[in-house]
Design a protein around this ligand. Sequence first.
Ligand code: GCO
Length: 399
Amino acid sequence: MNDDVTDGAFPDGFLWGTATAAHQIEGGNWNNDWWAWEHDPDAPTAEPSGDACDSWNRWEEDVALVADLGVGTYRFSVEWSRIEPEEGEWSRAAVAHYRRLCEALRARGVEPTVTLHHFTTPRWVVARGGWEDPATAERFAAFCRRVAGELGDVVARFCTINEPNIVATVGWLLGFFPPGRTDAALRAKVNEVFVDAHRRAVEAVRAAAPGVPVGLTLSMTDYQAVEGGEQRLAEMRAEMEDVFLDATEGDDFLGVQTYSRMRIGPDGVLGPEEGVPVLDMGYEYWPASLEACLRRAWDHTGGRVPLLVTENGIGTTDDDQRIAYVREALSGVLRALADGVDVRGYTYWSLLDNFEWGYGYRPRFGLVAVDRETFARTPKRSYAWFREVVRANRLVAAP
Ligand code: GCO
């Protein structure tokens, strides 16, 4: 590591944050495609989400944890299937719930960053064709228009769709997310519908909540070609990243999210390299991915859109490994900043140990542990360390 930046300061106003998503923490989100998938005996999932972290009821505890962490923003998602449980039926109670959450954050000096779609889709949308149906783009935009109209006065920024590339690829090409398809042509079509949905959502938010920044959050990977894998890498990256990066022109920010690298040979993805630790998620411990992806996003978009790290983190039971990972990732942010990459903030995924989709509750991404029986929240050492980083606005030594 390059030591001249490891004690470096972040720019004034650098936005620190932490994140969650509705289905991963709220509990009882039975009205979306993921709940159905979790209960499909043939689906490759470890366990159902169930009560998750019971954050639907314990949200005040979450707000206190976020506020005590000292961060400037809390990124969370609103659950479409709660707010619009059937087409055109609007739950005032669900919107009021999210308003209370936003207002409580504001009262503690924390900006709400609200994601409008984080992996889960209402059952009624799926019944009408889901993300394979081009009409879903407008269904989603209508939802966004209304949410932005009702919550725009308390929300600091909106993220339209979380990782549309992951939803499309894992759901329609790899078959591990709903609807469990393995069809390259369908995946390409779903990509297109997501791009359209994002563009429409940006317009909808801008019309309904003028002045509230809006952008996409994209899953990125530090793709590395080995042994002549360049061509294959370019093909994979075109569908995974470029089609979406190209759709962000004119947005207020681009949310960069990354966790690891992927080595690509002529025949596709190679496994982990010998000697590199493999995490509970099955991928390599690779904190350098953040710097690489920030630089790639910046280069590919020609520096037209400011970057915000909307997710970065590690699923591990070794909290010292978590601190080491974040420290190294942040030193990469400092190097990118020093080279003129416009990175506005860093969001740690996640506040809580939570429901990690197909992997269930085993991977532990949280700064805060959650007891699976009592839902009691217990901050980890990494929580205390990250709080010091935020307070100092610079990289501080590991405890
Ligand atoms: C992701 C998701 C999160 C995951 C996180 C860790 O966007 O993939 O936003 O839901 O929990 O990435 O794998």
